[in-house]
Design a binder for this molecule. Structure first.
Ligand SMILES: Cc1cc2nc3c(=O)[nH]c(=O)nc-3n(C[C@H](O)[C@H](O)[C@H](O)COP(=O)(O)OP(=O)(O)OC[C@H]3O[C@@H](n4cnc5c(N)ncnc54)[C@H](O)[C@@H]3O)c2cc1C
Ligand code: SF4
Length: 488
């Protein structure tokens, strides 16, 4: 344990942000990480409380009290080794994880949690700058070949774990660049893409073959997700050529809003809007980029994706940005005795909201209104929830002006026909059917085909994708060799 009385002496330290006016001018990260003195104080607050609820609150089970103690003692290298024993990509989670660990921190019962995410961020950024993050190629090869399909965080974690125990891994990705939603969903201002590029470099030095622009299966003709693949490979071919296949293709099919007027121009899925800006940031030239300049933007959906549309619209120079959420406004403070150590329902205000956005809760869109085929507004109604049913509030209809509407209401299931191509059974929501059991977990109904990440669990978080990729890798290793030294 760091400092026995640290939690009584020191306040929680929040990472600072660059000023709004400055950060709106660009797409770069604007969070200023902790300096050494701040990190030491933040870590000193950890009580090492005996039963570390933070450790089970973290989906990858980061060994949080141990790395807190090491940071307090300025043993950064040991802190890095502790952190990377459970998390392949702490620079991703240290930037964009919502930190369920902090909700579970014992200090959060009646005070302010340890700023665990900021410590994770500080450890891994230091490790990269000190040159401690190096390739870890396997000492010997097994001669087994594994195809991993989809290079989001689940696929990257699975590929890295499998390569490190000596399997020959080929990572197939339909997009032109690796990273999944980290690359083409999450804006650069939340996470710059150089973090992915240097991990890909590490993976390749560990023996992973990366094939981008390759779609496995067929592309559905009615899909509104952009298909950037240049090449197709069949499921049958992969089943012939590889000893095992891991499906980590994500859950990219956006939820639609089929109300009158949906066909009007100017109404788009968030995932038509966000990836284009990330491509432009990467130096690509796009014809007719979907932009929000000077427009009245309405974002429908109150989650992370919606918030990213708000931040991107403000950087484009939108005239106004309004975000709708169909659920009622949650309380600012959670009811801690009722919710701890679980993830609480409370009002969450993102850095993008702070940059300028009006937020409307308990509102539903009844119709899109347009002129000459183009959206000009939305007809809305206030709603209330009774016994789990949504009821319209009589007399609360309004019309709001809109030139651009972005639909950010979540994702329903995998987009491509990859599950059909392999004949993988689906669960009730259309995701791949596979358990997470210690024995036989992640295996689908099809021999030697495994599934992990959003494609299996449905739309989720980066940290869950990393966990599933790691655990699926162990399941595959056991399947191929009869046992595994990989952690679960
Ligand atoms: C806009 C947005 C913001 C988000 N913000 C956050 C956040 O702040 N924090 C957080 O924790 N989570 C966030 N998420 C969620 C998070 O990004 C996902 O849960 C996570 O990326 C899922 O990882 P995955 O590897 O399972 O799938 P994905 O990241 O979706 O990757 C799947 C990959 O598989 C590829 N693929 C699919 N089918 C095929 C095929 N047939 N052949 C070849 N390749 C294929 C896809 O092109 C894609 O690259 C956000 C999501 C979005 C959309
Ligand atoms: S990965 Fe997320 S939940 Fe785990 S320690 Fe980091 S911030 Fe917390």
């Amino acid at each position: 344990m760091g400092k026995i009385t640290g939690f009584m002496e020191f306040e929680r330290i929040e990472e600072a942000y660059k000023p709004v006016a400055e950060r709106l001018k660009h797409y770069k990260e604007f969070v200023l990480g902790l300096d050494d003195a701040q990190a030491s104080k933040q870590a000193a607050r950890c009580m090492d409380c005996g039963t570390p609820f933070c450790n089970s609150g973290c989906p990858v089970n980061n060994i949080i009290p141990d790395f807190n103690d090491l940071v307090y003692r300025s043993d950064w290298k040991a802190a890095f080794h502790t952190l990377s024993s459970t998390n392949n990509f702490p620079e991703f989670t240290g930037r964009i994880c919502p930190a369920p660990c902090e909700a579970a921190c014992t200090l959060n019962v009646n005070g302010e949690a340890v700023g665990i995410k900021s410590i994770e961020h500080a450890i891994i950024d230091r490790a990269w700058s000190e040159g401690w993050v190096v390739p870890q190629p396997a000492p010997s090869r097994t001669g087994k070949k594994v195809a991993v399909i989809g290079a989001g965080p689940a696929g990257l974690a699975a590929a890295q774990q499998l390569a490190r125990v000596g399997h020959g891994v080929t990572l197939f990705e339909k997009n032109d660049r690796v990273g999944g939603l980290l690359r083409y969903g999450i804006p650069d201002f939340k996470m710059e893409k150089s973090h992915i590029d240097r991990r890909v470099d590490q993976l390749m030095k560990e023996g992973v073959t990366v094939r981008t622009g390759v779609l496995v299966g067929e592309w559905p003709k009615d899909s509104k997700v952009t298909n950037w693949s240049k090449e197709t490979i069949s499921a049958a071919q992969l089943q012939r050529d590889f000893d095992a296949v891991v499906l980590t293709g994500g859950s990219e099919q956006s939820r639609d809003l089929p109300v009158p007027g949906r066909e009007l121009a100017g109404i788009h899925f968030a995932m038509e809007f966000l990836p284009q800006q990330n491509k432009v940031n990467a130096g690509d030239k796009l014809k007719g980029q979907l932009r929000a300049d000077g427009k009245h933007v309405i974002v429908i959906g109150g989650g992370d994706t919606g918030s990213d549309c708000v931040g991107t619209s403000n950087r484009h120079g939108a005239a106004s940005v309004t975000q709708f959420e169909v659920m009622p406004e949650p309380p600012v403070e959670e009811n801690r005795p009722m919710t701890w150590p679980y993830w609480p329902l409370k009002l969450r205000t993102s850095s993008s909201h702070d940059e300028g956005c009006s937020r409307e809760f308990a509102i539903s869109t009844k119709e899109f209104i347009g002129e000459k085929g183009k959206v000009t507004g939305l007809k809305t109604v206030k709603v209330e929830w009774k016994d789990g049913k949504m009821l319209e509030v009589p007399g609360s209809e309004r019309v709001l002006k809109a030139d651009l509407v972005l639909l950010a209401m979540g994702f329903v299931n995998p987009v491509a026909t990859v599950l059909e191509s392999f004949g993988v059974d689906k669960d009730a929501r259309g995701n791949a059917k596979a358990t997470t059991d210690a024995a036989g977990g992640y295996a689908t109904n099809v021999a030697k085909v495994f599934a992990a990440g959003d494609l299996r669990r449905g739309q989720s978080l980066v940290v869950w994708a990393i966990r599933e990729g790691r655990q699926a890798a162990r399941a595959v290793d056991e399947f191929l060799t009869g046992s595994s030294s990989l952690p679960r």
